[in-house]
Design a protein around this ligand. Structure first.
Ligand code: HEM
Length: 384
């Protein structure tokens, strides 16, 4: 996988939060360059000493061209005391986090290496700087090391997650073709065996499972897309979103959908989010509500009003009659692949929650007193 470009805005935010500036004049470390820079090789050798002391790190070091890693550590140290924590520094450290993933380095050891560097910097500060400058210097050194660790960790986590996502998406993509071939063959068998019998029954089971796997592969892709795409806070009218969610359900579901009772307070009629993603969220929740509603007289209702405890948010409550939700199963209900329905893929509730949390909202389930379940969704209101 290609290297990801540094997310400049996020990294600048980290820098601001740590009270660091990127202009060389304002970078306090340059003041002490004469004291620290002559010790560059010593710092790199300390980190190398640690790396050589751990067998799994030593192998990585020895597989690199001689002196390459030592040069990396020297350059990190050098930039800190010359140009400071500007764009070049961020790009350099950001790239290192990704290089650490590519070389399969245990991240805990990178953290330890940074702490060895920090201890060495402290030692120089307390032994070589005048007493009155020590506190300022120690604070500045700590901030610079903290910033490096933050940027490196961000790059490490982002890149590792992206690599995993690509593998998962690749698997689900690879599964879809063979599964649709299996489904086609099962349909052919059903045509060849029009009479009830064991062959027809077996072909029916194969077809149902192939269809379930096909849906699962699609859901995995949709779930990954939703997790990776940036949130987009746009105007989304709840009524229209519910209409589209119902159309989506009617096209996919075999269940007879009863009419949906709606009561939407005008003050909660316009939500903020990507209308397509909110449509997926409500399609998942309404599907669930209809699936578990009373079979003979299914009733599902939606009520929306401004959230009382959370300014700027709407509460959307979906209730049904029928099976009461078992609250001890909350963890399972929101985990992918878990479902009490044999033909379901177990992605509905996790998908709904992932979308809600993307917009800083939430989805919860609770049993109603006599029968049925109450699902509470919080989502931001559109501010205009
Ligand atoms: C103080 C902690 C560390 C710092 C400041 C650091 C810094 C860097 C930098 C600046 C790069 C080059 C990124 C680029 O291509 O521009 C890099 C790459 C790399 N680092 Fe680290 N690193 C640290 C810890 C470690 C540890 C503990 C290991 C374990 C062996 C390690 C192994 C590597 C490897 C294998 C590469 C890729 C080699 C290359 O392409 O240069 N690093 N690191």
């Amino acid at each position: 996988m290609a290297f990801l470009p540094p997310p400049q805005d996020r990294l600048r935010q980290f820098r601001e939060l740590l009270g660091l500036s990127d202009t060389p004049e304002a970078n306090p470390l340059t003041r002490w360059a004469d004291i620290f820079l002559p010790r560059t090789a010593e710092l790199a050798d300390k980190v190398e000493g640690f790396v050589r002391s751990r067998a799994q790190l030593r192998i990585i070091l020895e597989n690199q061209p001689t002196g390459k890693l030592n040069a990396n550590w020297r350059s990190w140290f050098g930039i800190l005391f010359t140009s400071g924590v500007g764009e070049d520094f961020m790009a350099h450290v950001w790239k290192s986090g990704q290089a650490h993933v590519i070389h399969n380095i245990d991240h805990r050891y990178v953290t330890l290496a940074y702490n060895i560097a920090r201890a060495f910097l402290h030692e120089i500060a307390v032994t070589a700087l005048p007493l009155e400058e020590r506190t300022t210097a120690l604070t500045a050194l700590d901030r610079a090391v903290d910033f490096s660790m933050l940027v490196e960790t961000d790059a490490f986590v982002t890149y590792a997650t992206q690599c995993e996502l690509e593998v998962i998406q690749g698997i689900s993509h690879q599964v879809r073709n063979p599964v649709s071939v299996i489904g086609g063959a099962a349909r052919k068998l059903l045509r060849l065996h029009p009479e009830d019998g064991p062959e027809r029954e077996a072909a029916g089971t194969i077809l149902a499972e192939a269809q379930r796997l096909e849906r699962m592969a699609k859901n995995v892709n949709a779930y990954m897309d939703i997790t990776t795409q940036q949130a987009s806070f746009r105007r989304a009218e709840l009524d229209a979103v519910l209409d589209r969610a119902l159309e989506k359900l009617a096209a996919a579901s075999t269940l007879p959908l009863a009419p949906l009772a709606r009561e939407i307070d005008p003050a909660a009629a316009v939500l903020s989010g990507d209308p397509m993603e909110l449509c997926v969220l409500f399609a998942c929740l309404l599907d669930n509500a209809f699936q578990y509603a009373d079979r003979h007289d299914p009733r599902v209702a939606v009520k929306a009003y401004p959230a009382q405890a959370q300014g700027g948010f709407a509460t959307v409550v979906i209730t049904n009659n029928g099976i009461r939700f078992d609250q001890s199963k909350t963890g399972q209900a929101f985990s992918p692949f878990h479902s009490t329905q044999p033909t379901a893929t177990g992605f509905g509730l996790p998908m709904a929650r992932v979308i809600a949390s993307k917009y800083f909202g939430n989805v919860t389930l609770a049993p109603l007193e006599d029968e049925g379940t109450r699902c509470v969704v919080t989502l931001p209101l559109f501010a205009g």
